[in-house]
Write a protein that binds this ligand. Structure first.
Ligand SMILES: [Ca+2]
Ligand SMILES: [Ca+2]
Ligand SMILES: [Ca+2]
Ligand SMILES: [Ca+2]
Ligand SMILES: [Zn+2]
Length: 458
C-alpha cells in the first residue's frame, strides 16, 4: 500500500499483514539527498572495546580517536540542501548552519565543532528511522527536531519542552561526541511529543529519564550486542579521567532497583535521572524477555496512554494496555511479573485506560467524530469527556461528555460527535491540545487515577 503524506513530506510504502492487519514495515520512498561523514558509532570507547589510552585532551584530535570513526551516510537530507537539515532533525551550531559542498563532511574530526552537529544529525535520524520502521514515528514528530550542538559550555545536555529543542553541552568530553547522550535527550523529545507536559510528578520524571536511558541502550543494541556497553550509558561523555576504573557509566539500565529504593528521603531523593534507573531497569529486563523490537514498539506505544501526571503505576498499566492493543496481551504475565517484582505495579490495583487514535492536526478541521476505547478492571461508571486545552487554564468542550457503564470489567468503545461549537474550537486550534479524559466511579468505592489520551494540535 502506498500512502502520500504532506507533513512530514514522504511517500510511505506500508506493508500490511493481510491476516492480522498489523503493519509489518513502513518505508519512505520519497527521494531525499544524502551526505557523507565519519563519526563515532556510538562512541570511541565502544568501538575501541575499552577505555584504555583514550583521553579527551581538551577536545584535541589524535590519530587513535580519528581512526575510531566509522564512515556513515547522512540519510534523509532535505532535497538540495548541503546543510544538516533533514526529515527528522535539523542540527546546527550556536552560530548557525553546518554546511559543506555536496554535504561531504568526511574530513571532519572531533576537534572541529561541526563533528558534534553531525553526530546529532545522524544519531537522531537513525533512531527516528528505526522507530518509523516499527510504524510509530509518524504519530509523533511532524517536523524536524532542532538540535544545537555545543550549545552550552555545561557538562550537561537538555531538551527544552517550551522551545522543543535539544541543546548539547560541550563541558568535559563534548556531549555530542557520545550517541548515548544524544539519544537519551531524543527520548525526552519523543515523549514530550506523545504526552504534552509529561513528567509533572516525580515518578513521571523518572519514567521520562528511564525511557531515555532505555532508548539509548536499545538503539545501541539494535546495532550490536554487548553486555558490557549497551546497558552502560555514555561511557565516553561521562568518562572520569581521574578514576582508574575500567569503564564508567553515567547510569545503567541493567540494575534491579525497586520503587522503594528511590523517591524522597532515599539516595536519589527527587532527582529524576537517578530514580529513572528503576524504570529503565524494568524496561531493559522486559526487553531481554520478550525481544528487542517487540519491546521497543510496546514501550513507545504505551506512552500514548499516559497523562502529564502519570506515575509508576500508570506507566505500568500503560505497558499492559499497549500489549493488549499490539500483541493481544501475550506478554502480560511477563510484564506483570517484572513490574510487580520492582514494586512498580500493585497487581491488586484497579486500573482504567483510554486508548485510541485522535485526529491529526491536519485533519482536525474536517473531523466530525472520533472514537476511543475505555478499559476498566472493575465494574463502575466512567465519565468520558473530550476537551480542548489552550494555554494553562482554558478547557473547552468539543463534544458532549458521555457516561459509560461497565457491569463487568472490560473494554468499551466510545464515539464522540463533535458539536458545532466544538468544530469551531478545533478550527481555531492554535497552541491547543485535544484531550479525552476519563474519570471513574467504581462499584467497590475505590478511585481510579484520572486518565487521558491527548494530541497536540498546534
Ligand atoms: Ca569535539
Ligand atoms: Ca569539551
Ligand atoms: Ca560532557
Ligand atoms: Ca553505552
Ligand atoms: Zn534526561
Amino acid at each position: 500500500m502506498l500512502l502520500a503524506s504532506g507533513r512530514p513530506r514522504a511517500s510511505y510504502e506500508v506493508l500490511v499483514d493481510a491476516q492480522s492487519a498489523a503493519v509489518v514495515r513502513v518505508r519512505d520512498r520519497l527521494k531525499h539527498d544524502t551526505g557523507k561523514a565519519a563519526l563515532f558509532m556510538p562512541n570511541p570507547i565502544v568501538t575501541h572495546g575499552s577505555r584504555d589510552v583514550l583521553v579527551d585532551d581538551d577536545d584535541a584530535d589524535s590519530t587513535l580517536l580519528t581512526s575510531l570513526r566509522t564512515p556513515v551516510t547522512l540519510q534523509r537530507l532535505r532535497k538540495g540542501t548541503i546543510c544538516l537539515q533533514g526529515r527528522f532533525v535539523h542540527a546546527t551550531l550556536p552560530d548557525g548552519e553546518v554546511c559543506a559542498p555536496g554535504a561531504d563532511f568526511a574530513g571532519v574530526t572531533r576537534a572541529d565543532d561541526q563533528f558534534e552537529a553531525l553526530m546529532a544529525y545522524v544519531h537522531v535520524d537513525r533512531t527516528a528511522a528505526y522507530l518509523e520502521s516499527l510504524g510509530l514515528i509518524t504519530r509523533m514528530l511532524m517536523r524536524p527536531l532542532p538540535v544545537v550542538a555545543n550549545g552550552s559550555e555545561k557538562d550537561d545536555s537538555d531538551y527544552d519542552p517550551a522551545m522543543r529543542l535539544i541543546t548539547l553541552g560541550s563541558g568535559g568530553v563534548d556531549d555530542g561526541e557520545d550517541a548515548d547522550t544524544i539519544v537519551h535527550e531524543y527520548g525526552h523529545a519523543l515523549q514530550d511529543a506523545q504526552v504534552p507536559d509529561f513528567g509533572e510528578s516525580d515518578q513521571g520524571g523518572a519514567i521520562g529519564s528511564g525511557f531515555g536511558d532505555y532508548l539509548q541502550a536499545a538503539t545501541d543494541a539494535q546495532r550490536a550486542t554487548s553486555a558490557t556497553f549497551n546497558p552502560c550509558m555514555s561511557e565516553w561523555d561521562g568518562m572520569d579521567f581521574s578514576e582508574p576504573a575500567p569503564v564508567q557509566c553515567v547510569r545503567r539500565t541493567d540494575g534491579d532497583l525497586t520503587a522503594a529504593d528511590v523517591g524522597p528521603g532515599t539516595e536519589c531523593d527527587t532527582e529524576s535521572h537517578c530514580a529513572g534507573e528503576v524504570w529503565s531497569g524494568a524496561l531493559w529486563r522486559i526487553r531481554a524477555l520478550i525481544g528487542g523490537t517487540t519491546a521497543d514498539r510496546l514501550v513507545v506505544q504505551s506512552h500514548f496512554a499516559l497523562t502529564s501526571t502519570a506515575d509508576f503505576v500508570d506507566g505500568s498499566i500503560a505497558l499492559i494496555v499497549a500489549d493488549r492493543a499490539l500483541y493481544g496481551g501475550v506478554h502480560e504475565q511477563v510484564l506483570r511479573d517484572v513490574l510487580n517484582e520492582r514494586g512498580l505495579l500493585d497487581h491488586k490495583w484497579p486500573f482504567m485506560a483510554v486508548t485510541g487514535k485522535l485526529p491529526r492536526k491536519r485533519t482536525v478541521q474536517r473531523t466530525r467524530s472520533f472514537r476511543v476505547t475505555v478499559e476498566v478492571s472493575e465494574p463502575g461508571t466512567v465519565r468520558v469527556s473530550a476537551l480542548l486545552r489552550r494555554g494553562s487554564n482554558q478547557r473547552l468542550r468539543v463534544a458532549k461528555s458521555r457516561n459509560v457503564t461497565f457491569a463487568v470489567a472490560g473494554k468499551r468503545r466510545v464515539t464522540f460527535k463533535v458539536t458545532r461549537a466544538g468544530l469551531r474550537r478545533l478550527k481555531a486550534r492554535r497552541r491547543a491540545v485535544l484531550r479525552i479524559r476519563a474519570r471513574a466511579t467504581c462499584a467497590s468505592g475505590r478511585t481510579f487515577p484520572v486518565v487521558e489520551v491527548s494530541r497536540r494540535l498546534r
